[in-house]
Design a protein around this ligand. Structure first.
Ligand code: BGC
Ligand code: BGC
Length: 972
């Protein structure tokens, strides 16, 4: 394993270790988040053992919620198991005033804090000179055992470097932990044991008991020890006289249980404590458990150390946050690493985080989804409260599934207005998001048993909600969903949000399929579920009707989906006018204005396209391109939602012109990957951005790895950023593991080995002849047609051209056939007049240079008369292959014709250069991952890598030089 030192934002890192080499008092809260450890049972922020003012130490245990004003429920900050205070005294008993180890006093001679994410181990080593001049080396270590989630371990090694003297150590559990000033603890009980102590605290309202027991051990010296039981702060105190250079080792093993797992948590933790082996044995078991996890979940990137570390760091954060032994908890938006969003659970978990678990740790994914099953009753209570049927999942959920999104946001300003938060009432897409992930889990794992027992009920009862929520508009004979918030939260009351409407429609499609599957495979279960949920045939017919008539606002001419009814009429905005900025657009414009402007917080239509990537509706290249072009300039990508950049990265990688977009895909990806390591949004102190971490994984696997999931398994169509030499990961599909070891294509893309020419408009101008033939046909049929209308036919197939010409007019099929024949016959007469003189200026010279350079040459023309034209131009003997209109079924913009030409030449597509004059032709070549020179105006061929007015005067050497430069500049 290499151990190269690299840097990110004040840290250094190696393959698996994040290193802080300076004590930075102004960054304490952010660093506490970043150095969080955990084990799927609890998370503990990276606070220091000795404690500092203005910090936020926290241990959060899954499921331990308590009541709190305004936000209803929050994850409770559990007793702090970290405190370990060291005081050094001088030689002899006369020095009675000691120096307590505090890095903000005295002098730091050496400092290093290190998180080893390969094994969830946090260490700190410092050499500190006390204000009275005594130098001490201290090494701390801690981990939350992954081998046994109820065991927490700490070690401290002390060495006085330049003095003999008294040292006192106090190790405690602090029962006074608070949530930003709010104390959730009611009754507290505690006691001492041999070499240790215990503490039991009970939450005020939910009355959950949390018990911790500690066992202390000191090695390397004779010490006087004593247990003190200050209320709420039991401690072990040791004092000893140490000699200079003598190393003293202190171990603290803590066990923890809550009344959620066992009836008597105190006895359980005391009992477990008696069975704990020594530090080394505990560490070994912990390391072994971690190594098993990484065997499945690791992602290896070679050639880009920063991305490699950042990705692993994000995965580490997700792995410590996922409940391992409980199906009654899920991953909060800020994981178990901070107070942001109070431990509430959002769609973040299903849509952003779960795919990582589904494909690498399916058992954990199942826990996350079972949490939704366990909270269905809460979702039913919410539906019935709002007057709907079935189950309506909470936008923010805690232990019971009841809605815990705050109704109000309360300002700190004395005279500021309270702001109503509408997400609880209107952000209903979460119902479909959860169903989506249930389906996805089932599809990938094939876990029929879980689907039968839990998944089906989730999908069906949430589908029943939709049938009571969706309205029929009789005027337009369509179904609509009014009064919602879509994925973009900047618009707070909208009708017919494309995202919500399509997701709901998709949900109903799957609900029907699941019900049919149940009937077929588990008929008894189908009958009993139908009875329980009041799922009748009538209701299912209504689902089918909704599926058929659900309205998705989309412009057929442009493929543009309108984010919601009226979005296109909102006030336009130019986000560049507000740069540079450090705030969200909502913070700048205010809520009211943001609602009325065309600025969006996060992908909404684009989010839909991403989720529908595997379902053709509405996902296809032209739709992606036009919606991308429209929505990305309107998205507050930097300070809107952290959920956005990873999704944009994937779509950018998906866009047709791979080479043009991969650099921006990479930039967006790094925004996501570094969100916490570089505190990109200035709020890492509130906790890890869990959804962004999950999105980062999706961007690697689905974006750059190009993984597609099909009925027959997983397939990769990699498109690695140019600096990534290798990307390796493994995914589990229906109990089978697939290893993906992806590399850059063998040959340098800049090495062009073949040139493919379009014919019409590139080498010759048959456009004019086509025009004359169409014109004659149109005149004959009495259809108006002129040169301007002819422009739209550039690069378009014969049949498609005719349908553009006739427009709305209706003709019988036989008549259409006749028109096509007429045009073609006349055209064939016209092309007889072609001679070599009809080669366009520069064509002959370029053909000559290209063949001199040893290139293979092909023609790829959609025209069925291409061979005749080639013959008349007398260029046939210079060509190695001809792909004409008869060679493939799908015409441009599908890449098929160019790919066929490359295949005839025996050259990989990425080593082919295409010359094209038509927009669809440029798109087709890009879709085939080829290089393209576009001939003509920028508006038409601007997507090409190089744009030239025509072939006149073109030098082959200049073109290759330019392409070479582009390849180099792609690397960041
Ligand atoms: C988020 C909402 C959330 C609300 C209250 C907002 O910042 O965007 O999704 O429901 O806070 O927690
Ligand atoms: C986003 C939501 C997200 C929530 C929690 C909000 O800012 O708009 O989509 O669910 O944060 O991360």
């Amino acid at each position: 394993m290499m151990d190269i030192i690299n840097r990110i934002d004040g840290f250094t890192y190696t393959d698996w270790k994040l290193i802080e080499s300076q004590f930075n008092p102004s960054q304490l809260r952010t660093r506490e988040t970043i150095f969080t450890i955990g084990n799927g049972y609890l998370g503990t922020r990276g606070s220091f053992e000795e404690g500092y003012p203005n910090t936020l130490p926290a241990t959060l245990i899954h499921g331990v919620y308590d009541d709190v004003p305004v936000v209803y429920k929050e994850l409770v900050n559990c007793p702090d198991w970290l405190p370990l205070v060291i005081t050094v005294f001088g030689k002899g008993d006369e020095e009675t005033v000691g120096d307590r180890l505090r890095l903000d006093q005295g002098k730091i001679l050496e400092y290093e804090r290190k998180l080893d994410i390969s094994q969830g181990l946090l260490t700190r080593s410092c050499t500190w000179c006390s204000p009275r001049g005594k130098t001490l080396k201290v090494e701390f270590e801690r981990f939350a055992s992954l081998a046994d989630p109820h065991v927490l371990v700490q070690r401290c090694q002390l060495t006085p470097l330049d003095f003999d003297g008294l040292i006192e150590v106090q190790a405690s559990i602090n029962g006074y932990s608070e949530n930003n000033g709010f104390n959730h603890w009611g009754e507290i009980d505690q006691g001492r044991i041999e070499h240790g102590f215990w503490l039991n605290s009970r939450t005020r309202s939910t009355r959950i008991d949390v018990s911790m027991a500690a066992r202390m051990k000191i090695m390397g010296i004779e010490a006087v020890t004593q247990i003190s039981t200050t209320p709420g702060y039991p401690s072990w105190n040791a004092s000893f006289k140490a000699k200079s250079q003598q190393k003293i080792v202190i171990e603290k093993v803590i066990t923890v249980f809550t009344s959620q797992e066992v009836e008597k948590p105190t006895s359980a933790s005391l009992d477990k404590l008696t069975h704990q082996p020594d530090y080394q044995t505990l560490l070994l078991a912990h390391q072994k458990a971690w190594s098993k996890i990484w065997d499945q979940s690791d992602v290896m990137i070679e050639g880009d150390n920063q991305a490699a570390f950042a990705v692993r760091y994000n995965l580490y954060q997700l792995l410590i946050a996922a409940p391992r032994d409980s199906d009654r908890a899920s991953i909060p938006a800020k994981t178990l690493s901070g107070f942001g969003y109070h431990g509430h659970i959002f769609w973040d978990t299903e849509i952003f985080i779960s795919p990582f678990f589904i494909l690498t740790q399916p058992a954990l994914a199942r826990n996350l989804l079972s949490y939704r099953y366990q909270t269905l009753d809460g979702a039913r209570r919410k539906a019935s409260h709002y007057g709907y049927k079935g189950a309506m999942f909470a936008w923010e959920s805690a232990d019971t599934g009841d809605e815990v999104t705050p109704r109000w946001s309360l300002p700190n300003d004395f005279y500021g207005e309270d702001v109503r938060i509408w997400c609880r009432d209107r952000e209903i897409h979460i119902n479909a998001d959860i169903a989506y992930t249930v389906w996805y889990y089932w599809w990938v794992t094939g876990d029929d048993e879980w689907m039968r027992q839990e998944g089906a009920e989730i999908i069906l009862d949430t589908a029943i909600f939709w049938s009571s929520r969706i309205e029929f508009n009789s005027q337009f004979q369509r179904y609509e969903i009014r009064g919602v918030i879509g994925a973009d939260e900047y618009h707070e009351f909208v009708n017919n949000n494309g995202f919500t409407n399509r997701m709901a429609q998709w949900h109903l499609e799957k609900a029907n399929a699941v019900y049919n599957w149940l009937c077929h495979n588990f008929p008894e279960q189908a009958v009993s579920l139908a009875k329980k949920l009041h799922l009748t045939d009538d209701l299912r017919h209504q689902w089918s009707d909704i599926i058929a008539k659900m309205w998705i606002p989309q412009q057929p001419e442009t493929n543009l989906i309108e984010q919601f009814e009226g979005f296109f009429q909102l006030e336009p905005i130019n986000l560049a006018d507000y740069e540079p900025r450090k705030k969200s657009m909502q913070a700048i414009l205010g809520v009211e204005k943001t609602n009325k402007w065309q600025v969006i917080k996060q992908p909404d239509v684009l989010m839909l396209l991403y989720l529908m990537r595997q379902s053709s509706l509405p996902y296809d290249q032209p739709t992606l391109q036009s919606n991308w072009d429209y929505y990305t300039p309107r998205t507050d990508i930097t300070y809107g939602s952290s959920l956005a950049p990873a999704i944009h990265a994937i779509l950018a990688a998906d866009l047709n012109s791979y080479l043009k977009n991969i650099a921006s895909a990479y930039r967006l990806f790094m925004e996501a990957a570094l969100v916490d390591l570089a505190d990109k949004r200035d709020n890492t102190q509130d906790g890890i951005h869990g959804a962004c971490a999950g999105g980062t994984w999706q961007a690697v696997v689905f974006g750059f790895g190009g993984i597609k999931i099909t009925e027959n398994g997983l397939h990769a169509q990699p498109q690695l950023p140019p600096n990534w030499q290798r990307l390796k990961f493994q995914l589990c599909w229906r109990d089978r593991w697939y290893v993906f070891d992806l590399h850059q294509p063998e040959k340098d893309r800049s090495e062009i080995r073949a040139v493919i020419f379009d014919l019409d408009g590139v080498l010759t101008n048959t456009e004019e002849l086509h025009y004359l033939a169409w014109k004659k046909m149109a005149d004959n049929a009495g259809i108006p047609f002129d040169r301007q209308a002819n422009e739209a036919l550039r690069g378009v197939s014969r049949l498609a051209s005719l349908s553009l010409i006739i427009g709305d007019r209706q003709y019988p099929a036989a008549e259409i056939q006749k028109m096509l024949e007429f045009k073609n016959n006349y055209y064939q007469q016209l092309i007889k007049q072609i001679t070599p003189k009809n080669l366009l200026p520069g064509a002959d010279a370029l053909l000559e240079q290209v063949s001199q350079a040893g290139m293979k040459i092909a023609i790829a023309s959609g025209s069925k008369n291409a061979r005749t034209v080639i013959e008349r131009l007398q260029i046939g003997d210079r060509l190695d292959a001809i792909a004409d209109g008869d060679s493939v079924l799908k015409s441009k913009p599908a890449p098929d014709l160019f790919l066929h030409a490359a295949q005839l030449l025996g050259i990989p597509p990425n080593q082919c250069l295409v010359f094209e004059d038509a927009k669809v032709g440029v798109a087709a070549a890009l879709a085939g991952h080829m290089w393209v020179v576009g001939l003509g105006p920028k508006e038409r061929v601007g997507d090409a890598h190089i744009v030239l007015p025509s072939l006149a005067g073109v030098k082959w050497s200049e073109i290759t030089a330019q392409l070479q430069k582009m390849v180099l500049s792609e690397v960041r």
